[in-house]
Design a binder for this molecule. Structure first.
Ligand code: HEC
Ligand code: HEC
Ligand code: HEC
Ligand code: HEC
Length: 153
């Protein structure tokens, strides 16, 4: 009986997984840009402004700034997609970056807000990337720590 119940659940689980897959890492087209986040998260924005992530596209040689082999990690060169954006880590925010959505934890996550963890850093900081020292999450995260302050409504 238990087994049958599992089998009955399977299609629902698969449908949920498919739905989640279409919601989570949205294409860059749904990005609004760090300037929008800055309106309500000024201190997170200040940290990002000063970070290497903001300049990640500029770090590329001029002829590589639109090359998808590089922009997949260094970000694009269009204003709302330049460098490694807030939304590269937190999910594309065109839909969630509104007060009534952001205040509702469940809703904001349903429409694309992600909780980035170490594995999300490692999709770019890995064995294939040039680094003097191997990636150490505590050291690297402490260099860009942000987000504890309460957001401006
Ligand atoms: C209109 C204001 C506003 C804008 C714009 C905005 N936020 Fe928020 N955000 C909030 C509020 C309010 C909260 C609720 C929690 C709080 O008060 O700190 C929140 C919460 C969050 C959280 C924490 C969610 C959690 O798990 O508790 C993250 C992450 C976040 N915002 C990221 C972003 C990013 C990235 C952008 C830009 C794409 C953005 N926000 C744009 C107002 C805003
Ligand atoms: C898998 C992700 C990834 C890809 C793809 C990638 N990079 Fe990088 N790149 C990184 C990371 C992460 C760093 C920073 C490493 C560190 O400092 O710890 C970096 C650093 C660099 C730096 C040094 C930047 C500086 O300020 O010192 C240059 C230059 C660079 N990459 C060029 C390129 C070029 C050109 C391409 C495309 C041919 C490319 N990268 C593709 C992830 C990537
Ligand atoms: C390189 C990836 C990355 C970038 C870029 C980034 N963040 Fe974050 N952010 C994180 C991580 C990781 C956390 C910590 C999540 C945790 O504590 O588990 C976080 C936490 C936060 C929080 C607090 C969430 C909470 O649960 O309390 C807010 C708000 C936030 N970020 C907003 C922003 C904004 C706004 C920007 C751009 C100006 C930005 N972040 C850029 C990775 C990033
Ligand atoms: C989309 C790809 C991407 C993601 C995701 C990403 N990074 Fe980066 N990160 C880069 C690139 C590219 C650089 C190099 C930029 C440059 O040097 O101009 C970089 C640089 C850095 C630097 C500066 C390194 C130095 O030696 O000065 C720190 C610190 C950092 N990242 C931490 C993190 C952390 C922590 C996370 C996860 C919360 C994260 N990154 C997620 C692409 C990424």
């Amino acid at each position: 009986m238990k087994r049958l119940v599992h089998l009955l659940w399977l299609p629902a689980l698969l449908a949920a997984a498919a739905a989640a897959a279409t919601i989570s890492p949205s294409p860059t087209g749904d990005m609004t840009g760090a300037g929008r986040c800055a309106e309500c998260h000024p201190s997170a924005y200040a940290v990002w402004q000063a970070s290497a992530h903001r300049k990640a596209n500029e770090a590329l040689p001029a002829e590589r700034r639109a090359d998808p082999r590089c922009t997949q990690c260094h970000g694009g060169n269009q204003p709302s997609q330049a460098g490694v954006q807030c939304e590269t880590c937190h999910g594309a925010g065109l839909v969630y970056a509104k007060t009534h959505v952001m205040k509702d934890r469940e809703l904001s996550h349903l429409v694309g807000l992600l909780d980035p963890k170490e594995d999300s850093c490692r999709r770019c900081h890995n064995d294939t990337t040039p680094a003097i020292r191997p990636y150490e999450h505590s050291r690297m995260w402490s260099a860009i720590t942000h987000g504890r302050e309460k957001a401006r409504p």
